[in-house]
Design a protein around this ligand. Sequence first.
Ligand code: SF4
Length: 267
Amino acid sequence: MVYSYTQISQYLRCPRSYRYRYLDGWREKETRAAMVFGRCFEKALGAFFCREDSTAVLFKEWQAYRDAPFEFRKGESWDRLFHQGVHLLETFARDNRIRIRSPKQNLQIKMLRTLPGGSEFVAYLDALGEVDDQHSVIDWKTTTSRYSTEPGGLLSLDPQLICYSWITGISEVAFVVFVRKHAPEIQYLKASISEQRRQEFGRLVETTIHQIEAGHFVSHSGIRFPQHGCVSCPHLGLCLDNKEMVNLNLIRQSGASNLDWLDELVD
Ligand code: SF4
């Protein structure tokens, strides 16, 4: 079996949701403009580091979805997202805080780690490079609101960053957050992950896989403010036995797990 960060985090959020997705094959339909835009934006970033015209690449990639029946948030449109993307690319070039040497090798890197039971863990890193001259694992994020940074050190608890530090053995990690708000902004958020946290994450992966392979898929439902876990869950229609909701949000496929890395691009 091959596991990924997305699988482990989905199981920890709600084992029932994990079962719907990874055993029964129910995937969320790709209707959110922000998710697809994030992927186009990442291709433009790749072009930037390869010294190509990143704005032209963003236009070409995003143009393919001009007439797609996406759900846009209030006040958003195809044009607005494109202009925000251009603004962010220009700001990023001006900031000049990230260096990626040999971009063909150091962007979208596949990492594999063999686990004690013989299963494998796969992760796709966005980049390996320097953030303000510090060698780091880098993860790009596109979002509509700033990441919270208080209290200090909060980011060292982020499970995705801990996972990337665990699989690479590199302690320095960073999120570069492209915030698509009225005045677009980029956050360069750095953290240092300790060896103890990496080891804890390794144990968490092992115990989670043990639970999955033992077939434990009880639901972790939650609808109390402020953690509306079920309300934002794509599988809500299945739990409520609401066919209309299922048809609107889900598509049933097999072999979905090899596309997990796409989810790591989302907010
Ligand atoms: S709707 Fe709630 S209980 Fe059902 S799969 Fe999603 S998170 Fe779990």
